[in-house]
Design a protein around this ligand. Sequence first.
Ligand code: ADP
Ligand code: MG
Length: 304
Amino acid sequence: MLEVKNVTFGYSKTEVLKAIDFKVEAGENLAIIGESGSGKSTLLNLIYGKYDLKQGNIFWNNEEILGPKFNLVIGYDFMKYVTQEFDLMPYTTVEENIGKYLSRFYPEEKQKRTKDLIKVVELEAFTNTKVKFLSGGQKQRVAIARALAKEPEILLLDEPFSHIDNFKKQSLRRSVFKYLKNHKISCIVATHNKNDVLGFADQLLVIHQSKIIAKDTPQHIFKNPKLPLIASFFGEFNVIEPYGIVYAHQLQIVVLSDLKAVVTKTYFNGRNWLIEANYKSKPIFIEHHLKLEKDALIYFTISS
Ligand code: ADP
Ligand code: MG
């Protein structure tokens, strides 16, 4: 179990993270979201032991994670970290990069393990390709496989699928997160993509202005977004009094209701249309299955 206890840190006098407190159980998937610059990468770096804490402690089971002041070499065997720079060996193949840290004394096992991991990150077609010929997304996948090669107990992932195109993203996410669950590897994923969170994370942390402002299951945070900032992570939303924060999909267009608005614009979003309308002189957003004409008068209700 990872325990982050009352951690405060700043690169200078200004504190980037204040009184951060949470736990991650073995095999648990924790997602961290927050705006750019909110301190997600900093938090992962602290957990990895890259910096000395200003206050607080971090433990993996009963071992305290210490910064460079106390540790000559950064990093621990039980933990792997895939940063936003992948740090691969460009002139060697995908297979060699992934197998780099596996023992040469067990060539068969090494080969099998490397092959399995290449499959997890869906790079079978590139096994013998030199890394320098790969795209950013393919390099990111090699970095994930290499981090898994030595069977860490906990994996830190910083925006792990950010370079991977949408054609691959969904199946890759499923494959990697399934592998982690099956092998009971804890993971912490810093992300700004809701699809990395919904469906995979057991716990979600929201960081804002140096602090944790929400900590719960993704389902609960999605259903009860305390702030517009949190709702905006999940999709289009409105603030309509006295209902509070409501997502565009919670508004239904009906034949007649006390709530009425005038359509200003429609956007196709694949499954539905997003209707922008004027309600009490302010724009609101409604998800609807049909396209509507500009200036149409609509009535709507709000569901919880
Ligand atoms: P995120 O990953 O959420 O985008 P970061 O953790 O990278 O946020 O950054 C948090 C804050 O710390 C930002 O204001 C950033 O400019 C600052 N910061 C990040 N890394 C360093 C560093 N090595 N030295 C000084 N300031 C840094
Ligand atoms: Mg970052």
